[in-house]
Design a protein around this ligand. Structure first.
Ligand SMILES: Nc1ncnc2c1ncn2[C@@H]1O[C@H](COP(=O)(O)OP(=O)(O)OP(=O)(O)O)[C@@H](O)[C@H]1O
Length: 256
């Protein structure tokens, strides 16, 4: 079953076509990877799906409904959450507060009522704090809940970004280079966390990643972009031996 489907997706920047007529159906409850050489259009693809850019052509359908022309926060409300290639946390806020920011889209009190701790919002605030704590436990950061976000290690900041994204209760979670800058131990922990999110929370995961070991180990399905176009799709074994993919990564001579 498909949860997210893009059809004939096109995004141009002036004369450059960053995403060029891409069709892809992301299977529900699976981990899909979007790979390709630098500049292939992967982040632009994520930016179009999450409403940061509107596509010039094509359609994006989440759970049977088009999300075209929606603003990023409306797309989050529909059930797509993401993390960024360059970590975007509220650095001077605590770890707990960062997760509560993710939660506010589902709270009646709203973000500022929650953060200002207005008396009328106390009960809701307590519930959301408990939920935020549970999410921090889930990603293994519960002992750091009162730390300032920018005091965390790089790997911990990436996990906090994932917790904040989970707080929006997504159907689909987009991870843009989640292992970038991580040491080998942090990467192993990340792989475990992503597998648990798929299995236990039933969330569909789409990730962009340059670490091929991680991609091959985690992905059920892979979409390969090069110069904005889809050059291959399939299961990891098919992608690993696909001559067009080898050529795109290593140059023509490697594929011959
Ligand atoms: N806002 C923008 N304005 C103009 N050109 C852009 C913009 N964003 C991306 N591009 C261009 O679109 C192309 C695709 O970029 P994109 O960042 O999507 O690639 P990528 O596959 O994510 O690359 P990387 O692996 O290096 O992160 C590149 O040529 C890039 O320079």
């Amino acid at each position: 079953m498909t949860i997210l489907k893009v059809t004939n997706l096109v995004k141009r920047f002036g004369g450059l076509t960053a995403v060029d007529k891409v069709d892809f159906a992301f299977p529900k409850g699976k981990i899909s990877a979007v790979i390709g050489p630098n500049g292939a259009g992967k982040t632009t693809f994520f930016n179009v799906i999450t409403g940061i850019y509107q596509p010039d052509e094509g359609d994006i359908v989440l759970d049977g409904k088009s999300i075209l022309n929606l603003k990023p926060h409306q797309i989050t409300e529909r059930g797509i959450a993401r993390t960024f290639q360059n970590i975007r946390l509220f650095g001077s806020m605590t770890v707990l507060e960062n997760v509560m920011v993710g939660m506010h889209i589902h709270l009646k009190a709203g973000l500022f009522g929650t953060l200002l701790r207005l008396p009328s919002n106390r009960a809701e605030e307590n519930r959301s704090q408990e939920e935020a704590y549970r999410l921090l436990e889930y990603v293994g950061l519960e002992t750091l809940l009162n730390e300032q976000a920018n005091s965390l290690s790089y790997g911990a900041q990436r996990r906090l970004e994932i917790a904040r994204a989970l707080a929006t209760q997504p159907k689909v979670l987009l991870l843009d280079e989640p292992a970038a800058g991580m040491n080998p131990r942090e990467t192993v922990e990340l792989i475990d966390l992503i597998k648990r999110i798929r299995q236990e929370l039933d969330i569909t995961i789409i990730l962009i990643e340059h670490d091929m070991k991680l991609v091959m180990e985690l992905s059920d399905y892979i979409l390969v972009l090069d110069y904005g176009t889809k050059i291959a799709e399939g299961v990891p074994e098919e992608i690993r031996s696909n001559p067009r993919v080898i050529e795109a990564y290593l140059g023509k001579s490697a594929a011959q």
